[in-house]
Design a protein around this ligand. Structure first.
Ligand code: HEM
Length: 419
């Protein structure tokens, strides 16, 4: 593939190379983004869109910019891998985030109902109690991994319990989600891709079987609530569509938030005064979460594909151009966020972040994700006001373009205050 005529090219840009995975903001700072707000990346055969205004325009025009590639494998799959997926019933547009209207609305409407601000506020006591329980289990007399202790299990417990997934199945689901991230947003080797495709087939089969089992044995959970919609009007929502909604939530509902909590703790502890300020002023915590979403978003990249020729950021794009919407760069756009590289928990417009997308696909879990991160930080700052990063650690990141947060984050605490 080659770039559209007149489009700048950054031949060395590769969001899956080690330097980028370690520190994408350092790579960003080296690129002349002001002069090349849209550029072509041969490493991916994608057009990288960096400006806030251009990305917002893309999100707000689903007719010109389709979501069909949002979770397609980033790199071309070997035919046998693609066949494995198709034979296993894994469709190329597998769930709501990659569907265009009108199919999109059929899934979004019933799913979004569960995450209105009121419903989410009702979850607060359970989220707080779960965070407290997880932190009570930590031996704070020695360094501990914040991700394993809190950031990972908190959103996982909340989401899988909410969906109605039996606890015994959580480890399997967790493993399948890892395969999903690698297959759709990473660059696996052919052997790895085949393994991940087989895992995806198991994952989809599991969710279909879960829906079938719940149909006969309802519980107080979201899968059962969706089945009630089906009972009232089978045309409104099929079992296959219910399984597809669960496919969305089982991934979007915890990997994103796990990473958000990890990014929050990392960025706050990196400069101890930031942590100290939140310890002293817990009322700032919710705003600090928004600022982290701008400063270091847990979904740094999202994708679209053009349905017709269009000019974007001064570049004439053909139909079928694949767009890499660099949300992390939009968060550092000085036209919207003055002094964008400064971290300011009291920044007046941090909430304008595009970290949750915009328009018809705007994240249905934004209120829940924010609340989980806020409560996790409230509990953590209160119990461990003298928390510090363990010196000299190399923070590992999963090799994919769209889900970014520390996979392990070692911290140590001073004397434990009573809870
Ligand atoms: C906390 C961190 C989170 C971040 C940064 C995040 C980010 C995003 C982004 C960027 C999109 C795509 C928007 C677009 O295409 O325009 C999205 C969509 C979505 N998110 Fe989230 N998300 C988070 C948490 C959650 C949670 C907790 C849930 C579960 C309740 C969730 C469920 C979804 C779903 C179902 C969609 C697809 C919506 C649609 O296609 O209509 N997300 N999210």
């Amino acid at each position: 593939m080659t770039a559209a005529t007149g489009c700048p090219v950054h031949a060395g840009f590769d969001p899956l190379d080690e330097a980028f995975l370690r520190d994408p903001h350092a790579v960003m700072a080296e690129l002349p983004l002001g002069e090349t707000p849209v550029f072509y990346a041969p490493s991916l055969d994608y057009y990288v869109v960096c400006r806030y205004a251009d990305i917002e325009r893309v999100f707000l025009d689903p007719e010109t910019f389709s979501a069909a590639n949002a979770q397609l494998p980033l790199i071309a799959l070997a035919p046998e891998v693609g066949q494995t997926l198709l034979d296993g019933g894994h469709k190329p547009q597998p769930s709501m985030v990659s569907l265009d209207p009108p199919a999109h609305g059929r899934l979004r409407k019933p799913a979004a109902r569960a995450f209105t601000p009121r419903r989410v506020n009702e979850m607060e006591p359970r989220i707080r109690a779960t965070a407290a329980e997880l932190l009570d289990a930590v031996d704070a007399s020695r360094p501990f991994d914040l991700i394993a202790a809190l950031a990972f299990p908190l959103p996982m417990r909340m989401m899988f319990t909410f969906m109605g997934v039996p606890e015994a199945d959580w480890p399997r689901l967790k493993e399948w989600c890892g395969s999903r991230a690698s297959l759709a947003w990473g660059r696996p080797t052919p052997d790895e891709a085949l393994h991940h495709a087989q895992q995806m087939v198991r994952y989809r089969r599991y969710l279909r079987e879960l829906v079938a089992a719940k149909a006969d044995d309802r519980g107080d959970d979201f899968a059962s609530a969706l089945l009630e919609i089906h009972d009232e009007d089978p045309e409104a929502l099929s079992h296959e569509e219910i399984a597809s909604i669960l496919f969305s939530l089982s991934f979007a509902g915890h990997e994103t938030t796990n990473n958000l909590i990890g990014n929050c703790v990392r960025r706050l502890l990196e400069v101890p005064e930031r942590w100290a300020r939140l310890v002293a002023e817990p009322a700032l915590i919710a705003d600090a979460v928004d600022e982290i979403l701008r400063f270091d978003p847990s979904v740094p990249v999202w994708r679209r594909v053009t349905t017709r020729p269009v000019t974007l950021g001064g570049v004439d794009l053909p139909e079928g151009a694949k767009l890499f919407l660099w949300l992390a760069a939009a968060g550092r756009d000085a036209d919207v966020f003055p002094e964008p590289d400064a971290f300011d928990p009291a920044r007046a417009n941090a909430r304008r972040t595009l970290a949750f997308g915009r328009g018809i696909h705007f994240c249905i879990g934004s209120a829940l994700g924010r609340l989980e991160a806020t409560l996790a930080l409230e509990e953590l700052t209160r119990r461990h006001p003298s928390l510090r990063l363990v010196d000299g650690q190399e923070i590992p990141f999963h090799p994919n373009i769209s889900f970014r947060g520390p996979q392990a984050l070692w911290v140590r605490s001073g004397p434990l205050l009573s809870a």
